[in-house]
Design a protein around this ligand. Structure first.
Ligand SMILES: *Cc1c(COP(=O)(O)O)cnc(C)c1O
Length: 222
């Protein structure tokens, strides 16, 4: 099946309140344009260089999501246009985003990445890191970032029970913050988790933003 058909099939399974980010990393412009022509506007990339190159070539009304780990020294390339940064996992990075956003006279939407996977390889904040960050004086003074919610990646495993438990943990942290630190901030409303293999599970556990690549664009050959 082609990109348009794949997209159609997934959209039928994703409820209206859930944002679908089509993860186009490693895929050519033609594949993205096929989804674009079918009306899709949210696309995700995990490398700054690729994201910038595609943004320059493709239609201006695409909402670009940076879903990968972001290095401080590359924030400046994305700051002028990026729609949302999903992988924010340190105060230092947040400070750079705030500064670069100010230069562009923008407020940039960010998701804090939480470490929910049991495996060692994933980036992200522990709950303790998260609390420290949110209660720091430096964070309070940032006016050019807006924390829209949390992002997490489950362990790479076939064990759906474990994946479900990890998503559930992320949702619990999200709900706690929503009832405390972000109580008066209606814009704290995004929970980004779920990929091709586990998006339905993620939605069942409360995700409202799924990042799907291979189910839309086919397998990637790196
Ligand atoms: C690649 C990637 C995805 C999409 O992965 P698929 O399994 O192809 O859907 C989602 N989130 C992140 C952070 C990724 O790097």
């Amino acid at each position: 099946m082609g990109v348009e058909e794949n997209l159609q099939v997934i959209k039928e399974k994703v409820p209206a309140h859930v944002t679908l980010v089509a993860v186009s990393k490693t895929k050519p412009d033609e594949a993205i344009m096929e989804a674009y022509q079918a009306g899709h506007r949210d696309f995700g990339e995990n490398k700054v260089q690729d994201l910038v190159a595609k943004q320059e070539r493709l239609p201006a009304d695409i909402r670009w999501h940076m879903i990968g780990h972001l290095q401080s020294n590359k924030v400046k390339y994305l700051a002028p246009f990026v729609h949302m940064l999903h992988g924010v996992d340190s105060l230092k990075l947040l400070a750079v985003i705030d500064r670069e956003a100010e230069k562009c006279e923008r407020v940039i939407d960010c998701l804090l990445q939480i470490r929910i996977a049991l495996e060692e390889t994933k980036f992200g904040l522990t709950e303790e890191d998260l609390m420290q960050l949110l209660h720091s004086g430096a964070f309070r003074e940032m006016n050019h970032i807006r924390i829209r919610g949390l992002m997490g990646m489950a362990t790479y495993t076939d064990n759906s029970k474990q994946i479900r438990e990890e998503f559930r943990q992320l949702k619990r942290i999200f709900d706690r913050l929503k009832g405390s630190r972000f109580e008066n901030q209606g814009s704290f409303d995004q929970l980004s988790c779920g990929m091709s293999g586990d998006y339905q599970l993620a939605i069942e556990e409360g995700s409202n933003l799924v990042r799907i690549g291979s189910l839309i664009f086919g397998p990637r050959n790196y």
